[in-house]
Design a binder for this molecule. Structure first.
Ligand SMILES: Cc1cc2nc3c(=O)[nH]c(=O)nc-3n(C[C@H](O)[C@H](O)[C@H](O)COP(=O)(O)OP(=O)(O)OC[C@H]3O[C@@H](n4cnc5c(N)ncnc54)[C@H](O)[C@@H]3O)c2cc1C
Length: 412
């Protein structure tokens, strides 16, 4: 019955593709496609008797992590406090890697303007608080600009947002509140894209690995239908500006036999674990230390220059009530045929046979990224610090069940 339905869908889309090829597409997207993809391996992924996802078989571990969200835009600003120059660089939500190079360049530029006024030379002592992607990339960038007296202080550099990030270059998780903020964020994103293009081509001044172009698939279904639904992927602004390829509509058939009409985009995949390791190697090569300490107050730092790259920590360190956590849950996978899984799925999804639900256009229910051993995710729960274990388990179960359905596996 299910197979017959799949075959009918496939046949329907063969005819659509044929018609599009002969008569030209009715939509503004370019040529259609038909692709066969390896499905994510979930045959050995289960929930236990309590209905909780088991961290065994195809599931390596369940991860709870927090995005450093900020109402409005990230704070990228410079101020003078007595003789000290403080540059703030935090609050990038779920788009920190997407906005990285543009944000770091802007922060370094603000510092350089102050440095001229203060007559700082290249030996001025600089403390960077935070060892996430913002802190580490800022340190390397300052070194590249000639500064030689830099140290990083951080509570930790493991289990942080920058390492847990899934590495999808897209404008999907910021809390901008108006068109002007959205445009400013898009400019940072475009400047960042140029940085990754340099990394990909091997022309970046200090990083040349961990980034490549990747296909991204999202749904085409309309509200109220079953299966993958039309989704705002966050790649649209780049595609519209001609910076990334225009999307195409077509059909994806997975190795399990399920097939769906889908929209294909391209963006950069940033393997955040590889990139963070590369940052560490480059910092070490330049003798920039990472000191593991918790900073109680920015007043405690006595260097002339401080970069505040403390992510969520900025809520306290800069007394910023616009900063709040947004919880992302991930199921990290094991035993995946990763070489054949070099794609991203980012789509809203209506599981067949369940009550219809309405979610935001830009938040995916099915979210597969090939980072590390491959992962499924991700929730976007605002003002949630991850401590509600019952809710987390419920969401992990939702993630697994819906992915099993999407990729064509029977439910337990
Ligand atoms: C599940 C998940 C998925 C994501 N996916 C994506 C994605 O696909 N694409 C994308 O672009 N972005 C994504 N992000 C967002 C991205 O990871 C973050 O925006 C980015 O990592 C923020 O970097 P950061 O350096 O500001 O903060 P963090 O990585 O959080 O680093 C903050 C640093 O500050 C230190 N610190 C804090 N307070 C103190 C203190 N008082 N004293 C000393 N040190 C302190 C911390 O220890 C840490 O070293 C994702 C995030 C999560 C959680």
């Amino acid at each position: 019955m299910l197979l017959a339905q799949r075959d009918r869908t496939l046949k329907h889309w063969y005819l659509v593709i044929l018609a599009m090829t002969i008569f030209g597409s009715q939509v503004s997207h370019s040529a259609s496609f038909y692709e066969q993809l390896q499905a994510v391996e979930l045959a050995d992924a289960h929930v236990d008797a309590l209905g909780q996802v088991e961290a065994s078989g195809d599931i390596d571990r369940k991860v709870v992590c927090l995005r450093p969200m900020r109402k409005g835009l990230p704070n990228i600003s410079a101020e003078e406090v007595g003789e000290q120059v403080r540059v703030h660089l935090y609050g990038h939500g779920g788009s920190g890697w997407t906005l990285l190079w543009g944000s770091v360049d802007k922060a370094v530029q603000l510092f350089k303007e102050k440095a001229v006024a203060h007559k700082f030379n290249e030996l001025v002592p600089i403390t960077i608080v935070g060892a996430g992607c913002m802190g580490k990339a800022t340190a390397l960038s300052l070194y590249h600009e000639g500064y030689r007296n830099i140290r990083i202080i951080a509570e930790r550099d493991d289990s942080i947002a920058s390492l847990n990030s899934t590495g999808y270059l897209a404008m999907v998780s910021l809390a901008t509140e108006n068109e002007s903020e959205k445009k400013q964020a898009e400019q940072l994103a475009i400047d960042t894209l140029k940085g990754y293009q340099m990394v990909d081509k091997g022309t970046h001044p200090f990083i040349n690995e961990g980034v490549h172009l990747i296909d991204v698939y999202s749904g085409l279904g309309k509200e109220g239908e079953d299966g993958p639904l039309e989704t705002y992927t966050g790649i649209e602004p780049y595609a519209e500006a001609g910076l990334l390829p225009k999307p195409q509509d077509g059909v994806v058939k997975f190795s399990t036999g399920v097939s769906y009409p889908m929209r294909k985009f391209q963006t950069y995949f940033m393997d955040t674990r590889v990139l963070m390791k590369a940052f560490d190697r480059e910092l070490k090569a330049r003798n920039i230390p990472v000191i593991h300490e918790t900073v109680g107050s920015l007043e405690d730092i006595k260097t002339y220059v401080v970069f505040n790259c403390s992510g969520l920590g900025a809520a306290k360190l800069n007394n910023d009530d616009k900063v709040y956590p947004n919880m992302g849950l991930l199921l990290e996978l094991a035993h995946q045929p990763l070489k054949k899984l070099d794609y991203i799925i980012y789509t809203r999804y209506q599981p067949p046979g369940t009550a219809k639900r309405v979610g935001p256009m830009d938040k995916a229910d099915i979210y597969f990224m090939p980072r590390s051993g491959g992962l499924l995710g991700a929730t976007f729960v605002d003002h949630n610090d991850g401590s509600d274990k019952a809710l987390n388990e419920k969401l992990f179960t939702r993630i697994l069940r819906e992915n099993k359905q999407f990729f064509g596996y029977p439910l337990d």
